[in-house]
Design a protein around this ligand. Structure first.
Ligand code: GRF
Length: 227
């Protein structure tokens, strides 16, 4: 069975969706720990309620980003996970940290990447007047929110949408696709291939030079009203 460590910074609803999927759908994944960079993260209480070990590596305790990254990597290493799952983890991780877990860190971002990397995605989507918005699960590379895309969920932007209404519509889809991708990882269904033009094909998404193949053959564009 594959194992993961989940990193959070706050509410932890995506983390909770993964914990729930493990209990209710027998998601075959060993959740070794939840680590927060904020001692007051609400998600830590949720992790405790699910009897998952919790750790805090408070970024404020470290003089530099590099020192924090090293402490965080050491804490993760203690649990020896196959994958590191970022779920609302609000710190930018340095290249050395990412190289320490090559192709083993995934993130969920609340936009249809490569549109709207960074913060305030829903506000920016509304300001841009896009008609479709969504969320992306991707591999983490040193360039922020630029790693190879594994899955996306799309939602409509409605004429009278507020930032909050749009955020809630996207979040509901995040809670579906993130556990789904964890399931693919657990089943060995996501493979990173070395960059090569010959790897391009109908079931391969080329992005940031590193293609990701979904061996489960389950590429999907989720829309509300589906399952
Ligand atoms: C989610 O929208 C996620 O996509 C983004 O931060 C938010 C975290 O929410 N990275 P939660 O902590 O999982 O509830």
């Amino acid at each position: 069975m594959k194992s993961i460590v989940i990193l959070i910074s706050g509410r932890g609803s995506n983390m909770e969706a993964i914990l729930r999927a493990r209990s209710t759908t027998n998601l075959p994944v060993d959740i070794r720990a939840v680590i927060s960079n904020r001692p007051d993260a609400k998600g830590l209480e949720t992790a405790a309620a699910h009897h998952v070990p919790q750790r805090v590596v408070d970024h404020k305790d470290y003089a530099s980003r590099e020192d924090f990254d090293r402490a965080l990597a050491g804490t993760i290493d203690f649990f020896q996970p196959d994958f590191v799952v970022l779920a609302g983890f609000m710190r930018v991780l340095g290249a050395d940290f990412i190289a320490h877990f090559p192709n083993r860190i995934i993130n969920i971002h609340p936009s249809l990447l490569p549109s709207f990397p960074g913060l305030h995605t829903h506000r920016r989507a509304l300001a841009a007047g896009v008609k479709i918005h969504g969320a992306t699960v991707h591999l983490v590379t040193p360039d922020l929110d630029c790693g190879p895309i594994i899955a996306q969920a799309a939602v409509p932007v409605l004429p009278d949408d507020t930032e909050q209404a749009l955020a809630e519509r996207v979040l509901a889809q995040e809670h579906i696709i993130y556990p789904r991708v964890i399931g693919w990882l657990a089943a060995g269904g996501v493979t990173c291939l070395p960059p090569a033009p010959s790897n391009a094909g109908p079931n391969v998404l080329q992005f940031d030079q590193l293609p990701v193949r979904h061996q489960a053959g389950e590429d999907f564009l989720r829309v509300p009203g589906g399952e």
